[in-house]
Design a protein around this ligand. Structure first.
Ligand code: SF4
Length: 284
């Protein structure tokens, strides 16, 4: 099973790898589990220093974790390639996610991200930002507030010690919460990626804690890790569905949760996406 899931992840990043080699493809169509988040995506940087223990990217890119987590630098020629792709997709209704295989706000500098957002705004293409860099992203809220955009952060824990253990170089829990609150206050549509769930109690608590500032939840289980087998997903998956429904926000439980829900629950787990799309997407 693990090999099959890894194969799917490799397939999901095939476009990315091709883009690295040809150095021409910036916007690509994710496959597999990544596609559930966004129909299109763009990876602006090579490498990521957050050092998450659950990071699957080095494996799919055939890099060692030490090499991948050592530094993040803009991909060669990425802005030129993005400009070319964006012109081709101008006025598209499909959002482009920044980024799957890196963080759009690396510690070493993120001017590339701001320039990329300017390109997307000029071409009127909706963007979904996904970051664990917290308030570092606030620099670009002026841009995001004026374009078709959603600001998203991954958050898995309420306990800062657990965050420190699993995501050693990412922003703190409090800093990420501050960023999402600031985005909401700036009128930007917000989303929270609660994936991969590592401590179900803490992850579930986030829904109650942040439902006043989060417009959409995206929820997925832990995979490719021994701890995943120790969690009773049959117990927890329905609890996440109920909490998401009770929050009266848009929500999506990922396909990895399907086998732990009844067919009726599964039908509900994504229904809200078509009933109540988030602010940014509903304008598309
Ligand atoms: S933020 Fe994403 S790419 Fe970066 S280390 Fe964590 S899981 Fe890997």
């Amino acid at each position: 099973m693990r090999c099959r899931q890894l194969a799917l992840d490799r397939q999901a990043l095939a476009w990315y790898i091709q883009g690295e080699e040809r150095n021409v493809k910036a916007i690509y169509e994710p496959k597999g589990a990544a596609r559930e988040y966004s129909p299109l995506a763009c990876n602006l940087y090579s490498g990521c220093t957050h050092g998450c223990l659950y990071c699957y990217v080095p494996a799919v890119l055939y890099r060692t974790p030490a090499d991948f987590h050592r530094e993040a630098k803009p991909r060669d020629g990425i802005l030129k390639a993005l400009d070319k792709d964006a012109r081709r997709l101008a006025d598209s209704s499909d959002p482009v996610l920044f980024c799957f295989t890196c963080d759009p706000y690396p510690a070493g500098g993120s001017e590339t991200t701001r320039e990329a957002l300017c390109i997307m705004a000029a071409c009127n293409i909706p963007v979904q930002v996904l970051t664990k860099a917290g308030t570092r992203a606030e620099r670009d809220f002026d841009l995001l507030a004026g374009m078709r955009a959603q600001f998203g952060t991954t958050l898995l824990f309420t306990d800062e010690a657990d965050r420190q253990q699993w995501e050693p170089n990412a922003a703190t829990v409090g800093n990420r919460i501050a960023a999402i609150r600031e985005a909401h206050a700036a009128g930007i549509s917000t989303w929270l990626s609660i994936e991969p769930i590592i401590d179900p109690e803490q992850a579930l608590a986030l829904i109650g804690l942040l439902s006043d500032v989060v417009d959409e939840w995206r929820i997925g289980k832990l995979n490719h890790h021994p701890l995943a087998k120790q969690i009773n997903w049959h117990y927890w998956a329905p609890k996440f569905l109920e909490a998401a429904k009770a929050s009266r926000r848009t929500y999506m439980l990922k396909d990895s949760m399907r086998r732990y829900l009844t067919p009726e629950q599964w039908a509900e787990s994504r229904q809200a996406l078509t009933v109540a799309p988030p602010r940014g997407i509903s304008q598309v």
